[in-house]
Design a protein around this ligand. Structure first.
Ligand SMILES: [Zn+2]
Length: 491
């Protein structure tokens, strides 16, 4: 409309501005940078989780492949994972950077009173999107940014979340071998340009399963751990054969550790409280208790000092530093067994010799962490990190803007190579989450040119109008004090 209000001589100038101004506006420049970034090849990242691989397993038997990654890359000694140290909460924390109370996958077994639904990793309830959509996993974010992801059995990766699956993924099937999962991931990374994935996630059930069955102290675990190292060697070889080894940033970690159980360390709830008074939601060693209507005080009273090896919390009293309170899926009473203890209703059914889920500050609950690749330093050992810091680290490597999260890139930036990589279009080493890129003169110069052109345009416009209208202005000067009527705008 504005163009029709202009004197004819100004129209070419307007068209010039219409073409030039978008070129220098910061918004459009960012959009073009994003486009450029999604068109060029992104940095590659493969995240591998060996379920239940405790931090110290690498010292227990020779693990030459883990050693090789450490020598060529980085290792973190203490990784504090998230409460509770179970599989589903921790795998979702790794790809969201959120504590369980925030991402909503608070346990392997859950009840949501608002949905009136139960979740169990043993049932198809896992495929109900509603459980997962309190957060956005990294594979969704990278795809919205124009990238591609590939997932081999990672918990939650075969669920429709916020309308998306990973670009390539496998439906969960425990009988699919590690080698098959690796081959599929390699295929996805090796696909032609435009189809290749940028971010891969690979999950393997061991050594968790053997840790539960044998107990971590069993000498039989030695062979299981050596077998995991061989599997890692297989993955490294396949990456080398495909020409990906020097290109792909490889992170190898786990969700939690493992603790030895004992038949002497059992807490029987039936000794203290009638089981008709509550529903048992999640399993040992951190148990969610949902008291029957009106029975909260009674159940809490009966359990609170029942056993010295079990901490009992009302939901409101759960320590803040657990980051395990503010979610409807966390039950009104929480029981936490001391390390190595098992909470049961009675003595029937204990078959495991190892378990996890205990407090995340306990050393035996903590996972291994090694990484190598172009983004990482070489032969560097870091003392500690939190597993929620992994998410901003991965976003930085992949060059995407992280969503709000509980992690901090500052805490883990020393893991990164000091060499500039092509991976930092929207993030920096010093801001978390990165809101602004590195300082550049380009936007300042662009804005300056834009302002000068707008001022120039206005000056030319005013002069042109003044010259054309000068006689009329004299005659109609009284009109200048009249407000513009609405009809005048509808020319
Ligand atoms: Zn696990």
């Amino acid at each position: 409309m504005l163009i029709y209000l202009m004197p004819g001589g100004c129209r070419p100038l307007f068209f010039l501005l219409a073409v030039v101004l978008p070129l220098v506006s910061p918004h459009t420049r960012n959009h073009r940078e994003q486009q450029k970034h999604s068109e060029k090849e992104r940095p590659k990242l493969l995240l591998v989780s060996f379920d239940g691989f405790r931090w110290d397993y690498i010292y227990r038997v020779p693990t030459p492949n883990f050693r090789s990654i450490m020598d060529e890359g980085v290792k973190v000694e203490f990784v504090e994972n998230v409460y509770i140290t179970k599989t589903y909460p921790n795998h979702y924390s790794m790809v969201t950077g959120l504590y369980a109370e925030t991402h909503g996958i608070v346990a392997n077994e859950m009840y949501d009173p608002a949905l009136n639904l139960s979740f169990s990793m043993e049932t198809d309830s896992v495929y109900d999107s509603r459980w997962w959509e309190q957060a956005v996993p990294l594979w969704v974010t990278i795809q919205k940014d124009g990238g591609r992801s590939g997932a081999a059995m990672w918990p939650g990766s075969d669920v429709l979340i916020h309308g998306m699956f990973p670009s390539r993924y496998l439906l969960y099937n425990a009988s699919v071998s590690f080698e098959t999962r690796v081959r599929r991931i390699i295929e996805w990374f090796s696909a032609p340009e435009g189809e290749a994935v940028d971010f891969g996630i690979l999950y393997w059930e061991e050594p968790d399963e053997s840790g539960h069955n044998l107990g971590p102290q069993s000498p039989l675990m030695d062979a299981i751990i050596a077998g995991i190292d061989e599997k890692l060697g297989f993955l490294m070889n396949e990456l080398k054969k495909a020409g990906l080894y020097e290109k792909v940033n490889l992170i190898v970690t786990s969700d939690h550790g493992m603790e030895q159980l004992s038949p002497e360390k059992i807490i029987e709830l039936d000794q203290y409280v009638d089981r008709d008074l509550y529903t048992w939601v999640d399993k040992s060693p951190v148990v969610g208790i949902l008291p029957k209507e009106g029975k909260l005080d009674e159940v809490y009273g009966k359990l609170s000092d029942a056993n010295p090896n079990m901490a009992v919390y009302r939901k409101d009293d759960i320590p803040e530093h657990f980051h395990y309170q503010h979610n409807i899926r966390i039950m009104p009473i929480l029981l936490e067994a001391k390390e190595g203890w098992t909470i049961m209703q009675n003595l029937t059914g204990l078959s495991m010799l190892g378990n996890h889920g205990y407090n995340n500050t306990l050393r035996n609950m903590q996972p291994v962490f090694v990484a190598r690749g172009p983004a990482f330093r070489q032969n560097y050992v870091k003392t500690s990190m939190r597993s929620v810091d992994l998410y901003p680290l991965m976003c930085h490597i992949l060059g995407i803007r992280p969503l709000p999260n509980n992690g901090s890139l500052l805490n883990v930036q020393d893991l990164l190579s000091l060499e500039p990589t092509t991976s930092t279009p929207t993030s920096t080493h010093t801001t978390v989450p990165p809101k602004v890129g590195r300082f550049s003169y380009a936007p300042v110069v662009g804005s300056f040119i834009g302002v000068v052109m707008v001022i120039g345009f206005l000056v030319v416009y005013v002069i042109t109008v003044t010259l054309k209208q000068r006689p009329a202005l004299k005659l109609r000067s009284w009109e200048m004090s009249q407000p513009l009527l609405q009809e005048d705008l509808h020319l």
